[in-house]
Write a protein that binds this ligand. Structure first.
Ligand code: SAH
Length: 277
């Protein structure tokens, strides 16, 4: 297929047969795709996509064969190997392969591993960054990840490691002491443990926290809570992943910046009282 990308005045990259483009699809809202992602969707023969990539986004590739590669419980590692093997196989068949992943492919998405294997197999690769849930998802909840007068640093952590447990290799004391805003991916399952470690390392249980579920999608929900109450509030709310957790004074800015609420004429929801737990 020729490069049909419609924007003028730019030489859009052409997907070569036998190549794999590893691309971020953003956190959900199709409007958060990059133009490179759209260009790739328009050219691919095959799109190998993950669970968090929506149908609306896949609809941009009507010419492509769609293959679901989302991980189901059980054996994530074996399945990851299967996915990478499949990408190599498709490329060797001479297909233009688009590997589409939620958010950014290099942020907690194992994109680096897939790229290493592909490059090791001699396959031409292009990386297309995407908007990661820990930045774009929070922006849709009115939470800036940095704010000049509040926090000048942000730390992104995963709530579980390759074994499925809270990462033991992480220095939680160091994170508690050195990170102004802590943004946690895949954190719902171990939120109790994570909060306890941060509090034990000196963070206040009263520190504002938010949980943003299905961020940037029509199902987006935001839970306003505190570090100390987070686990109980999540359990009581029945909220389910995917969710981004964030902890830090910057969360308070949401009080005035909840632009989605403002857009429909609602006053931003005031934070719950900061009662000690
Ligand atoms: N590469 C992705 C992250 C993949 S790990 C990125 O850059 O965003 C999957 C985790 O990402 C989920 O468990 C959740 O913590 C987070 N996530 C992805 N999309 C999300 C969304 N729309 N809303 C909330 N969290 C999301």
């Amino acid at each position: 297929m020729s490069n049909m990308f419609p924007l003028p005045n730019a030489q859009w990259p052409v997907m070569n047969p036998g190549s794999v483009w590893l691309c971020g699809a953003g956190p959900g809202d199709p409007g958060l795709l990059t133009l490179h992602a759209l260009n790739a969707l328009r050219q691919a023969d095959v799109v190998v996509y993950d669970a968090l990539v929506s149908q609306e986004i896949l609809d941009w590739a009507p010419q492509a064969h769609l293959e679901y590669a989302g991980k189901r419980g059980g054996k994530p590692s074996a399945l990851q190997d299967d996915i990478t093997r499949r990408l190599v196989e498709l490329a060797r068949q001479g297909k233009r392969v688009l590997r589409l992943k939620g958010g950014d492919p290099f942020v907690f998405g194992r994109g680096g591993e897939e790229a290493q294997t592909l490059i090791g197999a001699g396959i031409q690769v292009r990386i297309i960054p995407g908007i990661t849930a820990g930045i774009g998802g929070l922006a849709y909840a009115g939470i800036p990840v940095t704010h000049r007068t509040v926090n000048q640093s942000v730390t992104f952590v995963t709530g579980h490691d390759a074994t499925g447990d809270t990462p033991t290799s992480l220095d939680w004391d160091g994170i508690a002491k050195g990170s102004q805003m802590i943004v946690i991916y895949m954190g719902i399952k171990h939120v109790g443990q994570i909060a306890a470690r941060l509090i034990a390392a000196g963070r206040s249980p009263d520190e504002p926290a938010a949980v943003v579920v299905s961020a940037t999608t029509p199902k987006q929900q935001v839970l306003d809570t505190t570090l100390g109450r987070m686990e109980a509030d999540i359990a009581a709310s029945g909220l389910e992943p995917p969710a981004i957790l964030c902890i830090g004074e910057g969360v308070r800015l949401r009080d005035g910046l909840d632009w989605q609420a403002l857009a429909v004429g609602l006053a931003p929801v005031p934070r719950p009282a900061m009662a000690a737990c």
